[in-house]
Ligand binder design. Structure first.
Ligand code: HAM
Length: 496
């Protein structure tokens, strides 16, 4: 008997169903519209990339790369003839030996073990027959010939990769790009934290590092938040210096942290050696008094970074953007330089960051691209932003069903089909039930589906060419010809 199993969405993933999905579409559409007014253009990038792209960009010691990535082998395989003769086995054995010798099979320990096993199985075939052939085939199939791939945990690395791959540095001006889509991190799921989550992000890549770019990006972000009614947000900004001044600050921080090591928890103690900046991120209450006394990066920036940060703050004032300076905002990804920022919102509990971003001036070069390309961008966590909008009770009215057509009688059917088509062509949402029902039942259904109107089409209406339109909110009825009906509903739609 086959097992009766109910499948459920994998832990940390979820289904976005109606009516919420309409809210999601509205949110993403608003982002597109706002970003395009700032001359940003859409990019659609793959959801999986070479694992090394993320390891190099985000940093091998970060939580994202060391613990949270969904990584898998691309399972390319040797072609196995079917049915398999002894000659085929010998040829395959030789092909594997040659591929191994020329490095065409990735030299992992797992692959090495399979190569040894398959050679041994091949040698045993004459003596053992079928069992050895099966062992041989198993090992051939176990060889991981492909690259190591990873589901993207974020998209900045992919944007930088695409920028380099398509020679976009040769295009005029800065490249202003945005993306909308799912990201994957194997984090512990909780409210506002998922393993498949969604981001709306924007990036500017080019040769200029003018603070006006940082400020315009922040202005665009806040204009968007205002447009979607994401109220009660706080913008935090910081500068974490460049490759000249940051290493010196990190060393100073390490020295200071070593002095207070005993007062820190195990995670922070480990980070003193691996990544001392991350200690500043700690939320542990007992570590706070110690962290507060540590040296601030703002006092250790080189003069170019200090000037960049100061000009950014002038630009923010110019644009009427209020912000809090937060010297502890170091962010969890290694590619950042200079400006870093985060936006928090209310109603989210501990996962209250709805957006994070910053500058990454060295990333393109680090990935083998041209020298001197600068970058800055952000990513909004759509799941959290929508949660916050919903919790604040300011969700917009997303138009639902406009008209349900209640039809009765054989002659009414073709008329109903025709009129449904015309109403839909005017942009109205129309439900035409597939089966005929009694008028009372049809009106009940219209009510349950939240339709604004019910249109009654019976044989009499079909013959006379006038229809009864009933508004469900107040039961007001109107008799209208087809032309009047289309005109009336269209003007209603425009007004809604
Ligand atoms: P991030 O801070 O790692 O930055 O993520 C940005 C936002 O994505 C977070 O503020 C949060 O709202 C959302 N987010 C992150 N992880 C999760 C999760 N597990 N569940 C739900 N939401 C999550 C980046 O990803 C950078 N690529 C941003 C950037 C763009 N920097 C420069 N350009």
């Amino acid at each position: 008997m086959t097992e009766k199993r109910q499948f459920r969405a994998i832990k940390g993933t979820r289904d976005i169903l109606p009516p919420d999905s309409a809210l999601w579409n509205w949110f993403e559409q608003a982002a597109r519209e706002v970003f395009e007014t700032y001359n940003f253009r859409d990019v659609r990038l793959p959801v999986f990339e070479d694992t090394q792209l993320f390891a190099r960009s985000i940093g091998a010691d970060t939580d994202v790369v060391s613990k949270e990535m969904y990584t898998f082998e691309d399972r390319e395989q040797f072609h196995v003839a079917h049915p398999l003769s002894l000659v085929d086995v010998i040829r395959l054995d030789e092909a594997v030996a040659e591929a191994w010798q020329h490095g065409k099979i990735p030299r992992t320990t797992a692959n090495e073990a399979e190569v040894i096993k398959l050679h041994e199985a091949c040698r045993d075939i004459e003596r053992e027959g079928t069992p050895a052939v099966l062992r041989f085939l198993d090992s051939v199939r176990n060889l991981a010939l492909g690259d190591s791939l990873t589901l993207r945990p974020e998209a900045t690395a992919s944007v930088a990769r695409a920028y380099i791959e398509h020679g976009m540095h040769l295009l005029p001006g800065n490249q202003k790009l945005y993306y909308v889509g799912p990201m994957f991190r194997r984090e512990r799921p909780q409210k506002g934290r998922y393993r498949q989550f969604y981001q709306v992000g924007a990036e500017v890549l080019g040769h200029s590092e003018a603070p006006a770019i940082d400020a315009e990006v922040l202005e665009m972000l806040l204009v968007f938040f205002k447009r979607v009614g994401l109220a009660n947000t706080t913008l935090y900004v910081n500068s974490i210096g460049c490759k000249e001044c940051r290493p010196k600050y990190v060393e100073l921080l390490r020295e200071e942290l070593r002095k207070v090591k005993d007062k820190l928890g195990a995670d922070s103690q480990r980070r003193i050696e691996t990544n001392p900046l991350r200690v500043l991120d700690s939320k542990l209450p007992e570590e706070q008094p110690v962290i507060e006394k540590l040296p601030h990066i703002s006092e250790h920036l080189c003069s170019a970074c200090r000037q960049h940060f100061s000009e950014l703050k002038d630009e923010l004032h110019l644009r009427d953007i209020s912000y809090d300076e937060n010297w502890r905002l170091v962010r969890g990804l290694d590619y950042y330089t200079r400006t870093t920022f985060e936006v928090t919102a209310t109603g989210l509990g501990s996962q209250n960051a709805v957006c994070g971003g910053g500058r990454y001036d060295g990333l393109v070069e680090l990935l083998g691209g041209p020298a001197g390309v600068k970058g800055i961008g952000f990513a909004i966590g759509t799941d959290r932003a929508i949660l916050s909008i919903q919790e604040s009770g300011s969700s917009p009215h997303v138009p639902g069903l406009s008209v349900l057509i209640a039809r009765m009688g054989a002659k009414a059917y073709p008329v109903a089909v025709n009129i449904a088509k015309k109403l839909r062509a005017c942009g109205l949402t129309v439900e035409l039930p597939p089966e005929e029902t009694k008028i009372g039942k049809a009106l009940g259904l219209a009510d349950k589906l939240g339709a604004r109107y019910a249109l009654i089409v019976g044989d009499d209406e079909a013959a006379s060419g006038t229809y009864t339109l009933k508004r469900l909110a107040d039961a007001e009825q109107k008799k209208l010809t087809e032309g009047e009906l289309l005109e009336y509903l269209e003007s209603e739609r425009r007004g809604s």
